[in-house]
Design a protein around this ligand. Structure first.
Ligand code: NHW
Ligand code: EN5
Length: 388
């Protein structure tokens, strides 16, 4: 069934439930001198390229490849449309490697036809902090699909990760592969229900009118929590402490330091938004919430071409109840003109989604580790990791 994945150091379906297998690396690192020094072979019409995301021109090519060929929903109505600024942010965190931004070009036209990326991260699995690559943006042009190009791209990114002496990776996908560490459900909270219904993202409920639906999803004009404000640079140390402490309770979570928090969570216009609660009395930072901006192209609608979606990122509640914190998050997302707010049932999200009028979507997200076995599958609530 999985001719490629059967050959890789990942949990195999036949081993699911086998408790005799230990948790940890599946295979040991090999000496760096034994890592293949030359790139894998591509079909002869294609060549490897390292994509310099600092270059406006290369960034445009990547943006356009993804805009036209990246992930769609199961009915091909929407396609992710990551912005250029978002891609620059996602691909250049602290310690990133330019060699992990891998493209494939047609030799004659030089057209970019495929892409895959890695960025470095420290991910904790129970008590072990493991250096990993987060793999994302795997994309093969629609006209080159099912030619087994994806396995070559995956092997090439693996080789380049190994060259940096890193032997594990984390990734997510909407498809089932051998084998998920957990499977999460997407939930959606309508902010602009009329547009969502007009474009086919959601449907008018049974016995509901448009006016009743609009009223159902109405939100207050401004956040309710005293001391709720945008995160600033000076908050990085306090947010790092708050977040590290919060994430320590999950089985799998990133091990963020201050430079990671500055990169991943300090607000960047139209990319990532972060808010916190500063106690009006003690000036202590007690709560935190964040979301990233990922619009989708609307395929084949007369009236609209883009859906503005916010995706829940990291949230921490210690004083403000999570329900109130997330409600304030919805209010700011609405003020910023998002059409929908999306979230996964990771961390403590599940406990507030229904009350906040989120509904389950038709998509799931499977989480995977490469060359690292977990004793058993996790519950989504045991996962403290959100990938972009
Ligand atoms: S998930 C989003 C992936 N991208 C898309 O869905 C975009 C639209 N689709 C495409 O561009 C986020 C193509 O359909 C792709 C497959 C390129 C997906 N992950 O070339 P073939 C990520 O980016 C396997 C992994 O003929 P294709 C995460 C498939 O099971 N494997 O297919 C990426 C089969 O193998 P099998 C996937 O349709 C994580 C083989 O590819 C996959 O023309 C990558 C078929 O290849 C997916 N999403 O191209 C792994 N989709 O064994 C990183 C299909 O079943 C691992 N396949 O026969 C870690 C590496 C680093 C390690 C470091 C130590
Ligand atoms: C790597 N970082 O299927 C990610 N999205 O539910 C790659 N559905 O938007 C993997 N089909 O349910 C990504 N509306 C895997 C996800 C791929 C994209 C995807 C789903 C997630 C989605 C929408 C639209 C469905 C259109 C038809 C959906 C229902 C919303 C409704 C709102 C009101 C309350 C009930 C739910």
């Amino acid at each position: 069934k999985h001719k490629f994945w059967e050959t890789q150091p990942v949990g195999q379906f036949k081993d699911v439930g086998d408790t005799s297998l230990p948790e940890g690396p599946i295979e040991p690192p090999t000496p760096l001198s034994e890592v293949k020094q030359e790139p894998y072979n591509l079909p002869s019409q294609y060549e490897w390229t390292t994509c310099d995301m600092d270059s406006e021109e290369t960034c445009n090519e990547v943006y356009n490849l993804l805009k036209n060929n990246y992930v769609e929903d199961d009915e091909n109505m929407f396609r992710f449309n990551y912005s250029k600024e978002f891609l620059r942010w996602a691909l250049r965190p602290p310690g990133f490697y330019r060699s992990w931004h891998i493209g494939v070009r047609a030799k004659t036209s030089k057209k970019l036809v495929a892409f895959i990326t890695g960025v470095p991260a420290r991910i904790r699995v129970r008590d072990e902090v493991v250096k990993m690559a987060e793999i994302n943006f795997l994309c093969v042009h629609k006209k080159l699909r099912t030619k087994r190009l994806a396995p070559v791209m995956i092997k090439e990114v693996t080789r380049r990760v190994h060259l940096e002496n890193i032997w594990q990776a984390a990734y997510t996908a909407g498809v089932v592969l051998p084998t998920p560490i957990t499977t999460c459900q997407y939930w959606h909270r309508s902010l602009n229900p009329k547009k969502l219904i007009d474009v086919g993202f959601s449907r008018l409920g049974a016995r509901m009118t448009m006016n009743r639906t609009i009223k159902l999803y109405k939100l207050p004009d401004s956040p309710a929590t005293p001391g709720f404000r945008k995160m600033e640079l000076c908050d990085v140390p306090a947010v790092t402490r708050l977040l590290r402490n919060y994430l320590s309770q999950f089985v799998v979570a990133p091990d963020f330091d201050e430079s990671d928090v500055e990169h991943w969570l300090l607000p960047t216009e139209d990319v990532v938004d972060s808010y916190l609660v500063e106690s009006p009395e003690t000036h202590e930072i007690t709560d935190f919430c964040s979301f990233y901006t990922l619009p989708s192209s609307i395929l084949g609608n007369q009236n609209y071409s883009s859906l503005k979606a916010a995706y829940s990122y990291y949230n921490v509640s210690t004083k403000t109840p999570l329900l109130q914190l997330m409600n304030d998050t919805l209010i700011v997302a609405k003020l910023k003109n998002f059409d929908v707010f999306n979230a996964l049932d990771v961390m403590h999200n599940e406990s507030v989604l229904k009350e906040l009028k989120f509904g389950p979507g038709d998509g799931q997200l499977h989480y995977y580790l490469y060359n690292y076995r977990t004793q058993s599958a996790l519950k989504p609530s045991e996962l403290g990791l959100v990938l972009l």
